[in-house]
Design a protein around this ligand. Structure first.
Ligand code: NAD
Ligand code: GLY
Length: 365
């Protein structure tokens, strides 16, 4: 059901690659939303088999006011399809319809579609314009913003990709109404992440509104999308290509990516793995003497309330360590962890294997 939320704009400041993130309701169908997208003869909507029946027709209709031809490509749904084979379906479509270097790609879907459409846009004819239309909470608060695009490799998550910024991000909160509860919780993991790494007031706000968020209250969801995008825009604006600071956005991801790759992509949702990874990263921070036990417990309690798993799968400490050495932050085989340096601040550092093993033993079933 459509709601009537005010539209908020968050700006991501990257010089000539700056762009707005629009957050509101009724945005998808409104031709005014798309009035300033890049001029071209054709547009291609990259979506998947789940999202297409829900929203593709509406986006096609809205875009027909701006583009002579609007095509759609439907990818198979799922993290296990975030690979070369699926990416090639986008190139097949682009070439098959004679797309030129002005053709605009629209990513309509969650983070999997967004990451793949972005990578396709970065590489088709060495770069075509690209718009993100995220339809999951996770994609609205994180993956559609900041220009990281990638596909997975069986040996490591998001290992092949490019930094490539969209020209516009449109977060229509109405689309979240059809999101399954498990996916909403997965998105909340990335929302909660911003608290311990950057904004303790935001963490307290999430704690006091967790029931509304889980119930899908549009105003509460719009608030967390806007605040999450503001925090992410602030970090990416200072460190677009992750020379340093941007790595803090990967809090929980080193353990989380190991869970995803170790179990096989798609078994646990990305947000579930990140949520559990944050429990492990908070425990590591505790063992390094950087936070106290009540704070680590507070974070775990919130993740549990968000209906996220807080106990990791038993892959074995050795397997976790092997998988984490393939992480993009690893340097010369040394795993780098994002840990909390007190509540509201994160840093990147190594940790002794013995300590990491203790955390894995403690946090996994
Ligand atoms: P997803 O893209 O798999 O979407 C989750 C599920 O929801 C899918 O089945 C999808 O079809 C469905 N769906 C999407 N929108 C829907 C809607 N409105 N109603 C009903 N169903 C809908 O997963 P995700 O959680 O959105 O994204 C996870 C991916 O994002 C991972 O691959 C992760 O690596 C990536 N990611 C990237 C970044 C980045 O900075 N690029 C950041 C975080 C995560
Ligand atoms: N999701 C982590 C980042 O964008 O850097």
């Amino acid at each position: 059901m459509a709601t009537t939320l005010p539209t908020h704009q968050v700006k991501i400041n990257l010089g000539e690659r700056s762009y707005p993130i629009e957050v509101g309701s009724g945005l998808l169908d409104n031709p005014a939303t798309w009035a300033s997208t890049p001029a071209a003869a054709t547009a291609l909507i990259v979506t998947n088999t789940t999202v297409a029946p829900l929203y593709a027709r509406r986006l096609v209709q809205a875009l027909q006011a701006r583009y002579k031809a609007v095509h759609t490509v439907e990818l198979p749904d799922g993290e296990e399809h975030k690979n070369w084979q699926t990416l090639n379906l986008v190139f097949d479509k682009l070439l098959g319809q004679g797309s030129d270097r002005k053709t605009v790609l629209f990513a309509l879907g969650g983070g999997v579609v967004g990451d793949m459409a972005g990578f396709a846009a970065a590489s088709y004819m060495r770069g075509v314009p690209f718009i993100q239309v995220p339809t999951t909470l996770l994609a609205q608060v994180d993956s559609s913003v900041g220009g990281k695009t990638a596909i997975n490799h069986p040996m490591g998550k998001n290992m092949i990709g490019a930094f490539y910024q969209p020209q516009l991000v449109v977060c229509d909160i109405d689309t979240l109404a059809t999101l399954p509860p498990r996916e909403l919780s997965a998105g909340l993991a990335e929302v909660i992440k911003y608290g311990p790494i950057a904004d303790m007031q935001f963490l307290a706000w999430i704690e006091s509104h967790i029931d509304s968020l889980l119930a899908g209250d549009p105003a509460a969801l719009a608030h967390v999308v806007v605040r999450s995008c503001e925090i992410k825009a602030g970090v990416v604006g200072q460190d677009e290509r992750e020379a340093g600071l941007r790595a803090i956005l990967n809090f929980g991801h080193t353990f989380g990516h190991a869970i995803e790759a170790g179990l096989g992509y798609g078994k646990w949702l990305h947000g579930e793995a990140v949520g559990c990874g944050m429990v492990m990263a908070a425990q590591l921070s505790l063992r390094l003497g950087l936070v106290d036990a009540p704070f680590a417990d507070r974070l775990t309690a919130l993740l549990r309330k968000a209906r996220l798993p807080v106990v990791g799968p038993r892959l074995g400490a050795q397997r976790y360590l092997e998988l984490m050495r393939v992480d993009k932050k690893a340097e010369a085989g040394e795993i780098k962890f994002v840990v909390l340096d007190g509540p509201g601040k994160a840093i990147v550092r190594g940790a002794p294997d013995a300590l990491v093993r203790e955390v894995i033993e403690q946090c996994c079933e």
